[in-house]
Design a protein. Structure first.
Length: 659
């Protein structure tokens, strides 16, 4: 008998049981294999939640990305469950990439995945209760396990079948009582379990001897003299030492059930005593293993961070303490020269001087958001406020465009576009460019390419709710200044955007919106021509169609694997690409569009298609209607086009020739 045997009673959970049983069976005999099985069990359970809740997720989404998504964390809404989850994820990563997981760590990973799986299955309604974990049932030696070889497609199908047997959960997870938990961990156990793992993730090697100072290591139970008590002595849970033996940081650990703020005053006292001895005040951390806070000595209020900084990060934080306020806020005229652009740079600098760490600029499309971000980086570099910058965008094309503009205006700074396979990847460059997905992939690995404090400033292009919900893990992970750029009118920006950027709703740091840009003649107003049809307005009602049309729809539904149904107006282009409609729109464009070259040609025009298939159809119809204009007059430029960068450059050059 073993702990996970209760899963045998659930026929649709065979693959989950297999992984859980392997984790328990190998716990003491092969800790690495056990930890990896725990992580696979975690992945299975997380994927099940997504299926039951009908949440869309990219096939490339990593485990880290899924569990840091806002909708997932709000659904779980349990500090205990999230703590278990991240410990299993981290130990599993370590086992897969570096190995050397201890028996103790594998045992706690098995216990954590046991309670995580059980509580989630209760939350989703698959079971009403499950037994308390019994450590005595863990085999001392490896025992035979049930091995079921299943492809990823078979596993997905089993998860899908399991998801169909329950309804999505709408009740907040906070109302679901966590049925079981291991006994409360003491401070010592908290330290050895969760905090040690966090330190390892940050690249720290942990000393095993109490009160032994070892250069370059995280040392434990370090004696500190000068404390305000009878003996004048205290013992810091951790002191992180530089390679020269100087203390870089002190960590005060409390048990998981205690608010970490309880350790704040004690940690600051330790730091003060260490400063008296060594002449430098170390960075202060206080944590309960789940929530970690930092006081960095730069004048910022205490803040919550994802994890500990690396040794190099801490060195940089301490070096920054001598910096002055941003005094020279004047942007270089060769980068930006319009009043609203220089004003935006100044507003962000003033905001940072007031010890804020996040800012938002609202600027209409075409008014130079990227140029403003370049000017802002140049000012911050000149004032010694930043050295390392990350520019994030949601599409490769936007990353490429930003990379090109930064190269033009900041030619002396080293740069690397992490999304360009043709470019030698220089991860040590001062300014890095990436999509959100690429950066998530860097974060969700055991051997972290980028530490928590790698960047001094992160710029996020087109900041909006979907970015923060889907890729919020990036901004949780990195401890940096953050500036969001968006063209969305300020009254339409979601509250979550303002909340993440620590601003009052509806009040960005600066804004220059479309109406102002038109008024100032930096943009030309548009004239909207609206064309509609009954189908585009109301969709397709199956019973209102002719018999011939019903046969066409039946063919679509047969391919889709569904029965006959109506098609809503917002999904028309998933099924129907109407040639007649495309032709009429193209003819209207060629007749009424803006003309150039003394009226000989249509001006530069962007046609937005529903998807790649629709774009190709439009291009094909254009070639049929206007063959005399040549094969290159109308081009499809999207993610599937391998020469999109070249085509976009041509398109931009064409624009400049018109102005």
């Amino acid at each position: 008998m073993k702990n996970f045997d209760y899963l045998k009673e659930l026929p649709l959970f065979t693959t989950l049981y297999t992984q859980c049983d392997r984790a328990e069976s190998c716990c003491k005999s092969d800790p690495d294999k056990s930890a990896m099985a725990c992580r696979r069990s975690l992945e299975w359970t997380v994927d099940l939640i997504y299926r039951v809740q009908h949440w869309e997720v990219s096939p490339r989404a990593t485990l880290f990305e899924k569990v840091k998504d806002t909708k997932f964390t709000e659904f779980i809404n349990s500090r205990d469950l999230m703590q278990k989850l991240h410990f299993v994820r981290s130990v599993g990563n370590r086992a897969a990439h570096a190995g050397g997981v201890s028996k103790k760590d594998s045992e706690y990973a098995v216990i954590d995945i046991y309670y995580f799986v059980g509580d989630v299955l209760m939350l989703l309604g698959y079971i009403e209760r499950y037994p308390k974990f019994d450590k005595a049932l863990i085999p001392d030696k490896g025992t035979p396990v049930m091995v079921i070889s299943a492809t990823s497609e078979e596993i997905a199908k089993q998860q899908e079948e399991a998801a169909k047997t329950v309804k999505p959960v709408t009740t907040p997870a906070s109302q679901v009582v966590v049925a079981h938990n291991p006994e409360n961990l003491s401070e010592a156990e908290t330290r050895k379990l969760y905090i040690d793992e966090m330190l390892r993730e940050a690249g720290w090697e942990i000393s095993e001897t109490d009160n032994a100072i070892v250069s370059g290591k995280a040392c434990v139970e370090i004696e500190v003299r000068g404390m305000p008590n009878a003996s004048g002595i205290g013992y810091a849970d951790y002191v992180l030492f530089d390679t020269d033996g100087m203390p870089l940081a002190v960590v005060e650990a409390k048990k998981t059930t205690v608010d970490p703020i309880v350790g704040k005053a004690q940690a600051e006292l330790y730091a003060k005593c260490l400063e008296a001895k060594y002449g430098v005040k170390p960075v202060v951390y206080y944590t309960n293993g789940f929530e970690t806070n930092i006081i960095d000595g730069l004048g910022y209020p205490a803040r919550t961070i994802y994890g500990f900084h690396s040794r190099q990060d801490l060195q940089k934080l301490i070096q920054k303490r001598g910096r002055q306020d941003i005094i020279d806020m004047m942007a270089k005229e060769e980068i930006v020269n319009r009043p609203y652009q220089t004003r935006a740079v100044k507003r962000v600098c003033e905001h940072f001087n007031l010890k804020h760490r996040r800012a938002l600029l609202v600027m209409a499309t075409g008014t130079g958001k990227t140029r403003v971000s370049i000017a802002m980086v140049e000012v911050l570099l000149r004032n010694n406020w930043v050295k390392n910058v990350l520019f994030l965008a949601d599409r490769t094309a936007l990353v490429e465009q930003a990379f090109g503009k930064f190269n033009t205006y900041l030619p002396d700074e080293t740069k690397c576009n992490l999304c360009d396979p043709r470019q030698a990847r220089n991860i040590d460059a001062r300014i890095l460019f990436s999509t959100y997905q690429t950066m998530i992939n860097f974060i969700d690995i055991e051997e972290k390419t980028f530490s928590v404090g790698r960047f001094d400033l992160i710029i996020i292009d087109e900041a909006h709710r979907s970015v923060f919900g889907k890729y919020g893990a990036i901004f949780d992970y990195f401890d940096s200044l953050l500036v969001g750029l968006t063209a969305t009118p300020r009254e339409e920006i979601d509250r979550s955007t303002y909340r993440l950027l620590e601003l009052e709703d509806g009040v960005p740091n600066d804004y220059y919106e479309y109406s102002e840009a038109v008024r100032d003649e930096h943009l030309v107003d548009f004239e909207a021509l609206r064309y509609d049809s009954d189908i585009l307005k109301h969709g397709i009602r199956y019973n209102d169609r002719t018999e011939e049309e019903k046969k066409q729809l039946d063919t679509i539904f047969e391919e889709e694997g569904t029965g006959e149904r109506d098609i809503d107006n917002n999904e028309i282009f998933r099924y129907v690409y109407n040639t007649d409609t495309i032709d009429k729109v193209l003819q209207e464009l060629m007749e009424k569009g803006l003309r150039v070259d003394s009226g000989e040609n249509i001006g530069k025009t962007i046609i937005f298609a529903y998807n790649h298939k629709h774009a190709v159809k439009i291009s094909e119809r254009f070639a049929v209607l206007y063959p005399q204009l040549g094969p290159d007059y109308c081009e499809v430029i999207d993610y599937q086009e391998t020469q999109r960068k070249h085509l976009l450059s041509q398109f931009e050059e064409l624009m400049r020739s018109y102005t």
